[in-house]
Design a protein around this ligand. Structure first.
Ligand SMILES: [Fe+2]
Ligand SMILES: [Fe+2]
Length: 320
């Protein structure tokens, strides 16, 4: 495909070069690793932010015995991190690999590969931090680790890829979900990263991760801008619909994982909670970031409807 946007190319080139240089000093992977495990463990503190529990106001939860509530909060940390690990390994890493192995036609080819290989290293560290922080909590609380792999975000992504009929669709699907994820993960991590009342290790690990993800949001935005420059209108529309639809997987309550936990713990009336709460959570936490992303990377205007209209349609579909 002919790429002829030298003005935008130069602007993107400048930003990618800047981000690549910043990574060498800012990224957690380039800093001495803090001794998270040396932080004081306080058995009376929650291992997770209560405000993020999808069933926090359900009567059966409010009436549950205190020791089971505490165990659920530890498993909430487990589910949250396992979901994070799936985002890293199954969503973000494949998109980094696509660009490293077969970069898009661009004047910024080498820089795209450079920043994506940096992101790949970051995600490997985040995966390591998440798994260690999960196991630390399981050890301290003497809980059986949760094994769960059927996260909705994974099954949804796989179903979308299976339905693609062309390689360009598969590639844009992988990139679109990753690009949206890299913007939304900052919102996903925000509450835990800012909640200093929770277990110190949980707070600190999430805070470090959130700081890296601020940079990734920029990296993926500039990589996306470069890619969008070379797309046809049809491809742009496709990429935009993928990015917008990704929000639902972030907002998903992942009640399948909770069903496993309730079963392990024998939570009284757990089935009632599962039935009443359901999978679909409020998407409004994420829609501002999504709207900004669509505008930033050139997927609104120029013959495409505005980001605001697109997000509004998404909201209507989510509440239908
Ligand atoms: Fe990450
Ligand atoms: Fe990331």
């Amino acid at each position: 495909m002919d790429v002829n946007h030298s003005g935008t190319d130069d602007a993107v080139k400048g930003m990618l070069a800047k981000l690549s240089t910043l990574w060498k000093t800012r990224a957690a992977v380039n800093q001495p690793q803090p001794d998270y495990w040396g932080l004081a463990f306080d058995a009376n503190k929650n291992d997770f932010s209560h405000s993020l529990l999808p069933f926090r106001n359900h009567q059966a939860w409010l009436e549950a015995p205190k020791d089971l509530q505490s165990k659920c909060m530890s498993y909430a940390w487990g589910i949250y991190n396992l979901k994070t690990i799936y985002i890293e390994c199954n969503v973000v890493v494949p998109a980094c690999e696509d660009i490293i192995k077969t970069p898009p036609q661009s004047h910024n080819r080498a820089l795209l590969q450079d920043v994506m290989s940096q992101a790949l290293l970051d995600e490997a560290l985040h995966t390591r931090m998440s798994i260690m922080a999960c196991n630390y909590i399981y050890d301290m609380r003497q809980l059986t680790p949760l094994d769960f792999s059927a996260f909705n975000l994974v099954t949804w992504r796989e179903a979308l890829l299976a339905n693609c009929t062309a390689e360009w669709e598969r590639r844009l699907t992988r990139f679109g979900i990753a690009c949206a994820s890299e913007t939304l993960i900052t919102d996903y991590l925000k509450t835990m990263a800012e909640d200093s009342t929770i277990q110190s290790v949980c707070h600190e690990v999430t805070r470090t991760h959130a700081m890296d993800e601020w940079s990734h949001s920029s990296v993926f935005s500039f990589v996306a801008t470069d890619i969008v420059n070379g797309l046809t209108r049809k491809e742009r529309l496709y990429l935009r619909s993928i990015i917008l639809r990704t929000v639902q997987m972030f907002a998903n309550n992942e009640m399948g994982a909770w069903a496993r936990v309730f079963d392990m713990l024998g939570l009284p009336n757990g089935n009632e909670i599962l039935h009443d709460v359901g999978d679909n959570n409020e998407i409004s936490v994420y829609t501002d970031s999504l709207e900004a992303l669509v505008n930033r990377i050139g997927l609104a205007g120029n013959g495409l409807e505005s980001a605001e209209q697109a997000v509004e349609q998404l909201r209507e579909r989510a509440s239908a």
